[in-house]
Design a protein around this ligand. Structure first.
Ligand SMILES: C[S@@+](CC[C@H](N)C(=O)[O-])C[C@H]1O[C@@H](n2cnc3c(N)ncnc32)[C@H](O)[C@@H]1O
Length: 239
């Protein structure tokens, strides 16, 4: 919940700073999962395409969409496919915003996927990436008292996620260089989940959730806190 809410606020800030109020944007959400952000943006009036490879996730997204009014259903398109194949599905420059949130962890060679995302962005378009922060991997084991795990985490960008999968994180400097190389240089970045990374899955939402979100939001845009966030939200802009 913290992740989705913070990313939503950060994304809305980026959109507001870039486009006139009310402009209907063409959005692509790669690896949209059950479509939390995709659906939210469709509700705001944008035209959203979700590209997702997992049939179960697609079914969940379709089920969520089916409960929406017709106008929103018409604005959202769901495509089953691999995020590495955007060149198969879309023409260059066909989107104003491309989201790729929580996906790079699962992609062994992210550069071709990222280049494909930049290619489908229109000039001036926004590329929004949410990645695991590879510069702060020691924090979770360290704060949990797993000293050996913390030591090991300094020298790698691999980690075991909460599903038990061995996946990969991204370092800010490396991704900044990649974004420059694919013609969508980094314009802004935020930390996501500075204080709440140790919260257990399914934890009850506390009564003071608004205060929690305000603290997370502030930390996510303030050095040095944002540098040790569990996730980084990077915003590149297509030149
Ligand atoms: C952690 S979920 C994130 C979902 C959503 N973007 C969000 O932020 O809530 C990662 C999603 O990416 C999808 N995914 C991973 N690799 C993919 C790929 N190469 N192409 C398309 N989808 C992919 C998974 O199936 C999963 O639904």
């Amino acid at each position: 919940m913290v992740r989705q809410e913070l990313v939503a606020r950060q994304l809305d800030e980026q959109i507001a700073g870039r486009y006139p109020v009310g402009q209907r944007l063409r959005v692509l959400d790669v690896g949209m999962g059950q479509g939390t952000q995709a659906l939210r943006l469709a509700r705001l009036g944008h035209r959203v395409t979700g590209l997702e490879q997992d049939a179960t996730m697609i079914a969940a997204a379709r089920a969520a969409l089916s409960g929406e009014p017709e106008g929103i259903r018409e604005r959202m398109r769901i495509i089953e496919g691999d995020g590495r194949d955007t060149g198969v599905h879309f023409l260059p420059g066909s989107f104003d915003i491309v989201l790729c949130h929580g996906v790079l962890m699962y992609v062994e060679e992210p550069d071709p996927l990222l280049a494909g995302l930049a290619r489908v962005l229109a000039p001036g378009g926004l590329l929004s990436l949410l990645v695991r922060n590879g510069d702060a991997l020691a924090l979770r084991p360290g704060l949990s008292g797993d000293w050996a795990g913390a030591q090991a985490a300094f020298d790698t960008v691999s980690y075991r996620n909460r599903l038990g999968l061995e996946v990969r994180a991204d370092r800010l400097d490396a991704l900044t260089a990649t974004l420059a190389g694919i013609g969508a240089p980094l314009q802004s970045w935020y930390g996501v989940r500075v204080f709440t990374d140790l919260a257990v899955d399914g934890a009850e939402i506390p009564a003071d959730v608004e205060t929690l979100l305000a603290a997370e939001e502030r930390a996510g845009r303030t050095d040095p806190y944002r540098r040790i966030a569990a996730l980084l939200h990077l915003c590149g802009v297509r030149g």
